[in-house]
Design a protein around this ligand. Structure first.
Ligand SMILES: Nc1ncnc2c1ncn2[C@@H]1O[C@H](COP(=O)(O)OP(=O)(O)O)[C@@H](O)[C@H]1O
Ligand SMILES: CC(C)(COP(=O)(O)O)[C@@H](O)C(=O)NCCC(=O)O
Ligand SMILES: [K+]
Length: 238
């Protein structure tokens, strides 16, 4: 079996593939322990897409090697791979999750397309009909947004809560949660107003963006879908 890992800044997402079948999958939150020892065996290979630091990459590799006796294969952004061309002058600077999400999107949907990954950061990337990455945007994700308000102010304190009245807030909590909803709606409206191509959304806050009106197809494991295509050398039937 092959263990596929998407190690983001907030959570580690994984799934175990045996041929055509996904036999297990999971999410490990920040600070949580990835109980690798408890996974079904045998695991012959481990492939990883990660945006974490080199030190955290080494830590993950050591854990996997110790627990599974397998050295993970890390896949990073490439200038040209799976028929796609990266729009960065320095491809290695672009987060591997963004690159793999683009590959995964191209495998699900003929471009032109837009990929939105609502993770620790919200990323938006554009792939044209010739499979060329035309660049993108990086914004703070919801957790970072709320952490910044809490951490960088003395008096903005809130409990959270999903509901949004649609009216201006009359308490600190409602102002904060309403403001978060405003940002979701603003991003959804901005993307809905574009006509670049189909929008695909992934990431831990994807459902919140969809609930705020984003018109997009939801692929919860888009990064892992792309990592898998990179691993098997997939190419689009252009
Ligand atoms: N249990 C959770 N732990 C952390 N973030 C979560 C959780 N559930 C939902 N989220 C939301 O998902 C976002 C992180 O999404 P994710 O795609 O896992 O990020 P990354 O790929 O950057 O690790 C956070 O901004 C947070 O709002
Ligand atoms: C922008 C990101 C933090 C998003 O990662 P995530 O939110 O999934 O943890 C990640 O793609 C990254 O570290 N990128 C490096 C900078 C760049 O892509 O230009
Ligand atoms: K991500």
């Amino acid at each position: 079996m092959i263990l596929q890992i998407d190690a983001g800044n907030s959570r580690l997402k994984w799934r175990l593939r045996a041929g055509e079948e996904i036999v297990d999958r999971g999410v490990v939150s920040a600070g949580g322990v990835f109980d690798v020892a408890g996974l079904p065996r045998p695991i012959e290979r481990v492939v990883v897409s990660t945006v974490r630091s080199d030190a955290r990459r080494v830590e993950l590799a050591n854990q996997l090697r110790t627990s599974l006796g397998v050295s993970p294969e890390f896949h990073d952004t490439q200038a040209h791979q799976c028929g796609l061309r990266c729009g960065y002058a320095r491809p290695g600077d672009m987060g591997a999750d963004r690159w793999h999400a683009l590959v995964g999107a191209a495998a699900h949907q003929h471009p032109p397309l837009v990929v939105v990954d609502a993770g620790s950061a919200i990323t938006v990337d554009y792939l044209d009909a010739a499979y060329r990455h035309r660049g993108g945007y990086i914004l703070p994700g919801e957790r970072l947004h709320l952490n910044a308000l809490f951490g960088e102010t003395d008096r903005v304190r809130f409990q959270g809560g999903a509901g949004h009245s649609g009216r201006p807030g009359r308490s600190t909590n409602d102002c904060v949660m309403g403001g978060l909803h405003w940002l979701r709606e603003a991003l959804a409206d901005r993307l809905n107003a574009e006509s670049f191509g189909a929008v695909l959304v992934t990431g831990g806050d994807a459902e919140a963006l969809l609930a705020a009106g984003l018109q997009a197809r939801w692929y919860p494991e888009l990064v892992l879908d792309g990592l898998e295509r990179v691993d098997i050398g997939w190419e689009p039937d252009i």
